[in-house]
Design a protein around this ligand. Structure first.
Ligand code: PLP
Length: 308
């Protein structure tokens, strides 16, 4: 069966975020809930998959093959999309076979899994990495890890229109800036491209400096032919990707109770805490209206239970 033509542009609701530290600072925040787009498919990863799915359809492919870890939101979204829309998915996983809530879902969704070990996974950037997989799965198209590509970024651009269509319902005349977690920076690049300098996009980096978010964003904007964009990257990894500390977990529990918006500790929790730090430090001025993107990832927090 071929990849069907998928013209599903899920709608992410924009909701006011009520937290006492925002009210005190006179900063208004609305959350774009990518975690609510669908019961099965969640988060920014769907938007990043949109164009690769169209390309796979156009090429007559039967499905997609991609890579990730045992808690990967990217593989989860890909497998869920495969189940929802009826196409083949294959996941190449980091490390040795293990069962996590995520890998159970991947299998339930019908994704075929291959465990590459750690050295095998590290080789994923080697020029001939894909050759054996293409030989084994000639009808599938490969999607880069985490959906990091210009196609992935462009798939996130419709979010800008979704926000513009919803600000009036919040009672806002307009909004001033975006705030979101960055892992590769692909989603951020898509917003920067769609805003074309009209509003600044702040990226709270959930990974340390050496993961190369800044060069990735620069390269994506360059490839799109708009090398200058209005954005700023902020260190928010708290010592490493997936590094979680008690202050972060306490902040997440508190924020969830006060706002009713669920968060997870890898991306959205760190991004919101970084926003609080910027607000507390006076870097976000009184009267600002900020769109915080809830990039999803809640499926992954089952791997942290019962810490959160
Ligand atoms: C992957 C992911 C991100 C990072 O997105 P990038 O486009 O790689 O920057 C942020 N939040 C969540 C929940 C994610 O799963």
């Amino acid at each position: 069966m071929r990849v069907p033509l998928i013209d599903w542009e899920p709608y992410a609701p924009l909701q006011p975020l009520h937290l006492d530290w925002l009210a005190r600072a006179g900063v208004e925040v609305a959350v774009l809930r990518l975690d609510l787009i669908d019961p099965l498919v969640s988060g920014n990863k769907w938007f990043k998959l949109h164009q690769p799915l169209h390309a796979a359809h156009a090429a007559g492919a039967h499905g997609l093959i991609s890579l990730g870890g045992a808690h990967s939101n990217h593989l989860h979204a890909l497998a869920a999309a495969g189940k929802r829309f009826g196409f083949t998915t294959v996941g190449l996983l980091r490390g040795h076979p293990q069962e996590t809530p995520t890998t159970r879902d991947l299998q339930d969704f019908g994704m075929h899994l291959h465990w590459l070990g750690f050295a095998g996974y590290r080789a994923r950037h080697a020029p001939d990495f894909w050759r054996p997989w293409q030989a084994q799965y000639p009808q599938l198209q490969a999607v880069p890890e985490g959906g990091a590509s210009l196609a992935g970024a462009q798939g996130c651009s419709p979010l800008v229109k979704q926000v513009r269509d919803q600000v009036a319902a919040l009672g806002w005349a307009d909004y001033d800036a975006w705030w979101l977690a960055a892992g590769t920076g692909t989603t951020l690049a898509g917003l920067v491209l769609a805003e074309a300098g009209q509003r600044r996009v702040y990226g709270a980096m959930a990974v340390p400096e050496d993961h190369g978010v800044a060069p990735t964003v620069r390269a994506l904007l360059q490839q799109a032919g708009s090398p200058v964009g209005d954005y700023q990257l902020i260190e928010a990894s708290r010592g490493g990707f997936a590094r979680v500390d008690e202050a972060l977990l306490a902040f997440i529990r508190r924020s969830e109770l006060d706002s009713g918006v669920p968060l997870e500790p890898l991306y959205t929790g760190k991004a919101l805490l970084a926003l609080k730090e910027a607000v507390d430090a006076g870097h976000v001025r009184r009267g600002m209206r900020v769109v915080f993107v809830h990039t999803g990832g809640l499926q992954g927090r089952r791997g942290f239970a019962p810490a959160v």
